[in-house]
Design a protein around this ligand. Structure first.
Ligand code: SF4
Length: 174
């Protein structure tokens, strides 16, 4: 019977990686490897000071872990902010990452009612609704299944991503 090398908690970053290519979190779990931080990741981290509210909040639950970039609070509600230093054409994977971060955060922080994704300076304000949560939950379940499966999931259909993929040397499809 397959036993993962490490018993990883599901993190929003893994969900973002899963959407980029489902094989990446499988490789991370199966081989216990992790891409070293790139220059842009390091500089993004250094610039992650909270602008208005509480920043860099570490939240750990029994099965999950996340770091929230910022929580802004007014009398009525709280807003969770996810900041990306570089603008991406699509915020789809950031949305999944941020909603899954919210699902972890809400276990410890009450009244978070909206998220803001700062996509390299372009702000997307998104109210949290049941509909949006229901779109993300199946992805989290699929990620869990992937991490507990000895066989790798089907790879991304966009093979251009493989050219620059750090995980290529471990990839069963290469
Ligand atoms: S090399 Fe391609 S298929 Fe393999 S993990 Fe990277 S992006 Fe996915």
């Amino acid at each position: 019977m397959y036993k993962p090398r490490i018993n990883k908690s599901i993190s929003p970053t893994m969900l973002k990686q899963y959407i980029y290519c489902p094989v990446i979190p499988w490789i991370i779990n199966y081989y216990n490897v992790q891409e070293p931080p790139t220059y842009s990741m390091k500089t993004a981290k250094e610039k992650q000071e909270a602008k208005q509210g509480r920043g860099q909040i570490h939240i750990k639950t029994r099965t999950s872990y996340t770091v929230i970039d910022e929580i802004v609070e007014d009398k009525a509600k709280k807003t969770l902010i996810e900041r990306k230093q570089y603008r991406s054409k699509s915020i789809h994977r950031y949305l999944a990452q941020t909603i899954s971060a919210y699902l972890i955060a809400r276990q410890k922080i009450k009244n978070i009612e909206e998220i803001i994704i700062d996509n390299g300076g372009e702000q997307h304000r998104i109210p949290i609704t049941q509909e949006i949560i229901q779109q993300i939950q199946p992805l989290i379940k699929n990620l869990e299944k992937t991490l507990n499966n000895e066989k790798p999931p089907p790879p991304t259909t966009n093979t251009k991503k493989c050219r620059t993929c750090w995980y290529k040397k471990y990839c069963p499809y290469q």
